[in-house]
Design a protein around this ligand. Structure first.
Ligand SMILES: [Zn+2]
Length: 245
């Protein structure tokens, strides 16, 4: 499909109120309201599939660090952020379009009491939400496959199920990872955490990757390259936390 056709399609969809009008300027066809609806549906589906931990010190800790991060992020009006713990042993964290963040118990076990590292990981996930990375990927799929329209309006339980699975397994590009790291470092620093927490987290992942035969879940969805580690280290050395300002 030609880019001009894609743009026209985006504008046409915006005109009928199916997506946000930002689609007329770029390839992100999905507006904030739709993003919030998709994220809410997927978060409810995740809560049906897995146990969400509530009322424990760990659940409170994740919610409190998340709340501090979003006092210092790049504000997105109309986005209801939430920070929850899933009782799953995998080392993973997931952000959904429009606000929900889930931290897996396995990741908390890996990080221990290191609030700085946890704040950097949560900051990274908020960075994906603020940069609208999953909405961008969904828009690209929309351009490639009109069938995804089903996911945007009149969704069945089955549609929500497959949407949730693809959002959980969505693999970010290298440039999306760089951007989420830069945002995450910036948010964590502004919120009063040590940005070096991200490097501690990377080192733990690297060690784990060497020690374990099985893949580490978070590395599949958020690829960790040497270039990514170097970039994060340079940002911290230069104290270049002023992302997007
Ligand atoms: Zn990421």
């Amino acid at each position: 499909m030609k880019l001009s056709t894609i743009r026209k399609l985006g504008c046409a969809l915006a005109a009928v109120g199916l997506v946000g009008s930002s689609g007329c300027k770029n390839t992100n066809f999905i507006g904030t309201k739709e993003e919030v609806r998709l994220g809410r549906d997927a978060a409810e589906e995740i809560a049906r599939r897995h146990r969400v931990v509530t009322g424990t010190p760990e659940a409170r800790r994740v919610a409190e660090i998340g709340a501090r991060i979003i006092e210092h992020n790049d504000k997105r009006p109309g986005v209801p952020y939430s920070f929850k713990v899933l009782d799953l042993k995998e080392i993973n964290a997931v952000s959904l379009p429009g606000g929900p963040v889930f931290v897996y118990r396995g990741l908390l076990d890996l990080l221990g009491r290191d609030d700085d590292a946890l704040a950097c990981v949560i900051g990274h996930e908020v960075g994906h939400i603020d940069a609208r990375h999953s909405a961008k990927q969904m828009s690209q799929q929309l351009a490639a496959n009109i069938g995804i329209l089903v996911l945007l309006k009149g969704r069945s339980a089955q549609d929500i199920g497959s949407l949730t699975t693809s959002l959980i397994n969505l693999s970010y590009s290298r440039s999306d990872e760089y951007e989420a790291d830069h945002r995450g470092l910036s948010y964590a620093h502004r919120a009063g955490y040590k940005a070096t927490g991200l490097l501690t987290f990377f080192q733990k992942l690297r060690k784990l990757e060497k020690d374990r035969e099985q893949g580490v879940e978070i590395l599949r969805t958020h690829p960790l390259t040497t270039a990514r580690m170097d970039r994060a280290r340079k940002i911290i050395e230069k104290q270049d936390y002023r992302f997007g300002r």
